[in-house]
Design a protein around this ligand. Structure first.
Ligand code: C2O
Length: 479
């Protein structure tokens, strides 16, 4: 067994459940070499801390160059890898994290195979610690360069998307759907129908902010930054799920979902089963800490494995519900307010006790705008705000952005003419902001003003665009 190579075993990921069966047998079966291999599994590191000559950067460059050089018949070819995303990526629903985790895993294995660097671990871009696109992506002679970026080497991502307090708030969500997006609405997998806070804010904003061509489209994997961006999201999922001990959903439609969209290091078709992906980070790779306040899980291996496989219900029980039935329309650069009638003290329970009850704002039937050169800020209990209102304002409740693709939408519509242009949905936990306002005595009892501010990305031409930000619902939810 000494030469057993966990990371190249060919039947490792083939077929449903093969992954867990194989690794669990190794883990519990007392194979010393296997245990050591799991313990020494490759470490995914922050690329912004690596110099251009670091072996990880060198391998990444060589792998991207090799993929760009493969024939267009080879599914590992750079463009073909991006096409996997264009055709199949899941967004705005709870398959977002596992689908991209599987996509990255196979990509990492292809990088190893094409470079011979069998221990290569895909680096991540920690935008919280380094809000500008890292230096290694800016050498114009490097395969890591993409000329289609709208930002420069010094442009910084906005703290309302990636700042430490924002990421901490996202990591403090205990409900899987708020953290990781909810079940797809209307069976729609590709266009955001139920977008949670990690995806709607840092994920979508980084895509849209970098540019409206490669990174801002479903061909975004053409920009080598894409893989390091998604690796950061994967790292935050590990932190939320494994280190902080929050449960993924145990809904069978999530657990048992399979995707057959991938290709392995030899160019053979490969699949994932969602429940297997929750185990990847404990068997196949690990992360250098990426969260603002990283803690280590105190669970033993056996407890951890059981916890991860078990999950927990993620469905909310909605005990009160107030809505604004007409759609909120806004113009980019200006604000729009929806005033939602509520019962006095409707939310007092959730505001007094932290934890299992929350007030959640959902936006539904949002029209995915044609030009996505802006993001949206949400303020509560205040109409008089603007794109310049700082996020430290106590009325600020969160941000979200759009990530979509016109060509993919057209293709989808052609395949399903009845479906029409897909509508989007977002969920934001507004409890912390409501609590602050109620403690300051600045909540009126009878209505809650929700002000939406579409803020244009700097140096982009979004101002003036009319957007439909959909229906607003306030839900008192217990988890
Ligand atoms: Cu499928 Cu960040 O994209």
């Amino acid at each position: 067994m000494a030469d057993f190579d966990l990371f190249s075993r060919r039947d490792f990921m083939k077929g449903a459940g093969a992954f867990s069966a194989v690794v669990l047998a190794m883990w519990t079966g007392g194979c010393e070499a296997c245990l050591k291999q799991i313990q020494d599994r490759p470490m995914r590191k922050n690329i912004a801390n690596l110099s251009a000559s670091d072996p990880i950067v060198q391998t990444y460059k060589a792998a991207v160059a090799a993929m760009k050089g493969l024939s267009s018949n080879d599914p590992r070819n750079w463009h073909n890898q991006a096409n996997i995303h264009f055709n199949n990526c899941t967004h705005g629903n709870w398959f977002f994290l596992p689908w991209h985790r599987g996509y990255l895993l196979y990509f990492e294995r292809i990088c190893r195979q094409l470079t011979g660097d069998s221990k290569f671990a895909l680096p991540y871009w920690n935008w919280t610690a380094h809000p500008a696109v890292p230096d290694v992506f800016w050498d114009t002679s490097s395969p890591l360069y993409d000329p289609n970026r709208g930002v420069t080497q010094t442009t910084q991502a906005d703290p309302s998307w990636v700042g430490a307090p924002v990421i901490q708030n996202i990591l403090s969500q205990t409900n899987f759907e708020l953290f990781a997006s909810g079940p797809p609405i209307g069976g729609q997998l590709h266009f955001a129908t139920n977008t949670g806070m990690l995806e709607g804010n840092p994920h979508n904003n980084i895509h849209g902010w970098i540019d409206s061509s490669d990174m801002g489209s479903f061909m975004s994997p053409l920009d080598p930054v894409f893989w390091t961006h998604h690796n950061m999201l994967d790292c935050l999922w590990v932190d939320w799920n494994i280190n902080l001990g929050n449960s993924n959903t145990n809904d069978p439609s999530w657990v048992n979902q399979q995707f057959h969209d991938f290709f392995d290091e030899n160019g053979n078709a490969a699949s994932i089963t969602v429940i297997d992906t929750v185990l990847y980070p404990i068997f196949l790779y690990q992360f250098e800490p990426c969260a603002p306040n990283e803690i280590q899980s105190k669970k033993t291996k056996a407890q951890l494995q059981q916890f991860l496989k078990q999950g927990a219900p993620s469905k909310w029980q909605v005990s009160k519900h107030f809505e604004l039935a007409q759609s909120v329309r806004a113009e980019v650069g200006k604000t729009a307010t929806g005033s939602i009638k509520i019962e006095p003290n409707a939310f007092s329970g959730a505001l007094e006790s932290s934890g299992k009850t929350a007030v959640v704002l959902t936006l539904s039937e949002v029209e995915i705008p044609e030009k996505r050169d802006f993001f949206v800020r949400v303020f509560l209990g205040k109409r008089d705000v603007s794109a310049q209102t700082p996020i430290e304002d106590p009325h600020y409740a969160g941000s979200f952005a759009f990530f979509s693709d016109e060509a993919a939408m057209k293709k989808h519509q052609a395949a399903d003419a009845a479906a029409g242009r897909p509508k989007a949905g977002f969920i934001v936990n507004i409890t912390p902001t409501l609590r602050k306002l109620s403690q300051a005595g600045s909540l009126s009892g009878k209505a809650l003003d929700v002000t939406l501010v579409p803020v244009p990305y700097e140096h982009r031409n979004a101002v003036g665009q009319q957007v439909i930000l959909g229906k607003l619902d306030l839900k008192l939810a217990s988890f």
